[in-house]
Write a protein that binds this ligand. Sequence first.
Ligand code: C2E
Ligand code: MG
Ligand code: MG
Ligand code: MG
Length: 264
Amino acid sequence: YRVKRAGGGHTMFQARQDQRSPLEIERLGALHRALERGELRVYFQPVVLAETRAVVAHEALLRWARPSGMVSPLDFIPLAESSGLIVPIGRWVLQEAVGALQTGRLQRASVNVSALEVKQPDFVAYLRGLLSESGITPRRLLLELTESSLLEPRFGKVIRELQSLGVRTALDDFGNGYSSLTALSNLPVQVVKIDRSFATRVGEDSAAGRKALEVVRGIVTLAGAYGLPTVAEGVETAGQAELLRAVGCTYLQGYLFGYPAPLD
Ligand code: C2E
Ligand code: MG
Ligand code: MG
Ligand code: MG
């Protein structure tokens, strides 16, 4: 299928259908139709300042509205990534988030981007166009990066280009995966998001709970050495929120403060 490129023309994506099971081919077709028919939704979840609990931003989280119910991105992002469909889907999510910023419904938004999106030669040009059309201040947009493939040296260049556009970047799911430390020291990101698994364990009255809290304290110190603020994700209880604030997390995010929900 074809994806519009910034500055005209199209990029072709070929689904590797020959290596796919009939079920996967069917799901891929369904996902493609979902994008075309507007069955994808962007939900937004608040991010609060740890000290005051004031809402400072919202994270865009993709959903697929199927007749059977809302499908989590964990169930379809891998297929979207391996097929290349994540590129047009990701651009649609960016449009939705920028639209919400432009109309003033959101103050700041963060958007998850896959490595394949960032690898598109026109990724920065696409964003530049979207931002200048919207007229919003680029600083209101934060891009969340995860994959270890982002460690390729050329991504440092892309992140610096984003920086010069004024768009900020975050390292998502920090602490989950061997590559986190290398990524932190190699990539010029502006925010560190601490993997949800730590907040989940913090506050457990067990050795695991105490260890998780010490790991968070360590991550906060490390991020601080780079001058970077931290976001603790997956905060569900008041006890977790208080411990995470006490060890110095700058921002908190989780069901305690708000579920991902439609913009309305
Ligand atoms: P993520 O970027 O780490 O997003 C945080 C995930 O934690 C979200 O899962 C969110 O719903 C969930 N969460 C937030 N607070 C809590 C909590 O208090 N407790 C628990 N148990 N979970 C919480 P979700 O929405 O299922 O998204 C999963 C992942 O899918 C995201 O992880 C992100 O990596 C990816 N994703 C979501 N939307 C997009 C998108 O538009 N593009 C791309 N490329 N990836 C996306
Ligand atoms: Mg994220
Ligand atoms: Mg992510
Ligand atoms: Mg995360």
